[in-house]
Write a protein that binds this ligand. Structure first.
Ligand code: NAD
Ligand code: PRE
Length: 307
């Protein structure tokens, strides 16, 4: 049985990530109580019904009162206004964190509202699904996934405590600076999502392929694209608007490579295609091998948490 790390945790925004955190904190007894706020009554009711919140509040200001940890789990562009709303209601000594997919923009928007005596430790769990809302969460979402923390000026004791919470939820925690985070994520998450959205859009626009054919003949690769392209539109709109430069840079490089392959196909240059695919296959194998070494399930710890 894990040890409680916070007495009271307030989740602001009760969607996939917040509900998964709530479930995980309850399952492994990491918080004395979990309270929450969502704008809609329907979402607040769902959070109580599903059981990942003990109490819900109509406003974020009420929810954060007395909380030791406040988790901002709303779309990236909503973080700043929420921080402004809660600033005068935070408990002295509390920690504020967020789970946004972009870090520099969140820090710029939130940090100015963090009062003296409160620590801000931005974070980002590298785990998700294409589903959203309070019924989408599950306790094991973060298990064996990375959670990146960007501690900035936060006190080490606050960073260490939040690290223990994420570890308790099964994540491997690492620290990174915000600019590097945004660049890495532009490569590994943001641009791939944009490509998936585009590919599904292209298929949709092809007049000669009817919708039923797309579904009927959907091969595994395309189905994976449709899964990714089903992700929440508000969340991803905010990601691209706030990680603009890094995404545009990676997208530019992507298009350069695409033109190389396009030319190789037109010129029937099989060697270029074969060499390219050999290189990418090695990258995929490297990721899997790295997973076996570093990000592989720590069965001992997970088992201990389950007991
Ligand atoms: N879904 C993923 O794969 C994933 C993974 C890691 C991090 N994130 C990040 O986590 C955060 C939450 O994402 P999620 O997947 O849980 O989303 P979600 O859509 O499931 O939930 C978001 C919640 O925020 C609320 N909300 C939306 N706009 C709001 C506003 N203006 N003011 C107040 N509340 C608002 C929604 O009603 C909902 O309760 C985002 O910042 C996202 O970038 C998402
Ligand atoms: O698995 C998925 O559905 C995801 O897209 C999760 C994913 C990712 O790109 O890996 C999406 C956004 C995040 O900020 C973190 C994780």
């Amino acid at each position: 049985m894990s040890q409680q790390i916070y007495d009271r945790v307030a989740l602001i925004g009760l969607g996939l990530i917040a509900s998964s955190m709530g479930h995980a904190m309850k399952k492994w007894n990491l918080a004395g109580s979990v309270v929450g706020h969502a704008r809609s009554e329907e979402t607040r009711k769902a959070a109580l019904e599903v059981g990942f919140c003990d109490e819900v509040f109509d406003t974020a200001a009420e929810a954060v009162k007395d909380a030791d940890l406040v988790v901002l789990a709303v779309p990236v562009l909503a973080m700043g206004p929420i921080a402004a709303e809660i600033r005068d209601h935070l408990k002295p000594g509390a920690t504020v964190t967020d789970v946004g997919s972009v870090k520099q923009a969140v820090i710029e928007a939130v940090a100015p509202h963090i009062p003296e005596g409160v620590d801000f430790v931005p974070g980002h769990p590298l785990a998700g699904t294409e589903h959203s809302g309070p019924r989408a969460g599950f306790a094991t979402l973060f298990r064996n996934r990375f959670c990146l923390l960007v501690p900035g000026h936060a006190r080490p004791v606050a960073v260490e405590r939040l690290t223990r919470l994420w570890q308790g939820m099964g994540a491997n925690v690492e620290q990174m600076d915000a600019a590097h985070h945004d660049r890495v994520l532009a490569v590994t998450s943001h641009t791939p999502h944009l490509i998936a959205y585009t590919m599904v859009g292209v298929a949709d626009h092809l007049a000669q392929v009817t919708e039923s054919e797309i579904i009927k003949y959907s091969a595994a690769g395309f189905r994976d694209f449709t899964r990714i392209a089903a992700s929440d539109p508000t969340m991803w709109r905010d990601v691209f608007l706030t990680n603009k430069e890094a995404t545009l840079d990676i997208l530019g490089r992507f298009m350069e490579e695409l033109f190389v392959l396009q030319r190789a196909i037109r010129m029937e240059d099989g060697k270029t295609l074969h060499d390219y695919f050999t290189r990418t296959r090695a990258i995929r194998r490297g990721i899997i091998e790295a997973g076996q070494d570093t990000a592989a399930p720590d069965f001992g710890r997970v088992k201990a948490q389950e007991e």
